[in-house]
Design a protein around this ligand. Sequence first.
Ligand SMILES: Nc1nc2c(ncn2[C@@H]2O[C@H](COP(=O)(O)OP(=O)(O)O)[C@@H](O)[C@H]2O)c(=O)[nH]1
Ligand SMILES: [Mg+2]
Length: 236
Amino acid sequence: MSTQLPGETDVTYTFDDVSVVMGTYNEEDAIGTVLSDVADVTDDRAEVVCVDGSSDRTAEIAREHGARVIEQEPQGYGVAVREAVLAADRPVVVTTDCDDTYPMERLPDFLDRINQGYDVVSGDRLYYGAETMPAFNRLGNHAFALLASLLVGERIHDTTTGMRAYRRELIQQIHWTENTGLSAELLLRPLVREYDVCEIPIEYGERKGETTLDPISGGLAIGKSIVKVCLEERLR
Ligand SMILES: Nc1nc2c(ncn2[C@@H]2O[C@H](COP(=O)(O)OP(=O)(O)O)[C@@H](O)[C@H]2O)c(=O)[nH]1
Ligand SMILES: [Mg+2]
């Protein structure tokens, strides 16, 4: 992964150019906090898109906070997040989970890196230890990062993080295929295609509400996606 800054770009984006997008599945305990944080940090200027499959009050709370809500039958993380990133209208697209684990106060740092010329800015949760993450998941995430690093040939520290910023052009240029493994795919395809990608360390908080991901079946799916996506990209 590049440590040098890519070339200066001619446009400087502000939060008026940012869409913050997420899949939401029964997140009524967390969504109010997440969307208030986004509004506070961006001065209410970012567009928010929620692709929602909830049977609780999540969608209602999202609309009360001014988010655009796209309803979708629950079909897994990646189906929702793919719809969300493709629905974003603005040139910079930020993904997050709707569980209050990701630090919205770091949005300015993600935007700064995009303005420095990066195409993808990925939040590395493992850098500070991710003590709030279940130990099994933490171990799995370290293993995925090692596996992906070997397959890509560059050191990646966190392949499965949910908080990233992307240039929308890149999102639209690549065909996305994975579901549970979408987060890894969104990092690995751009990396192998030599887009400018960087990681920044982020804090990772305690989850509000229940996780939707089964660690064993989800972990297997992510491992498979990493191998498949890396092979496809290297054989392109
Ligand atoms: N719309 C929709 N959102 C989902 C689905 N599965 C997960 N999500 C959302 O995707 C995000 C990531 O899921 P999460 O349970 O936090 O996974 P974890 O971070 O691995 O524990 C959360 O905001 C979930 O609400 C789904 O089937 N449909
Ligand atoms: Mg989560």
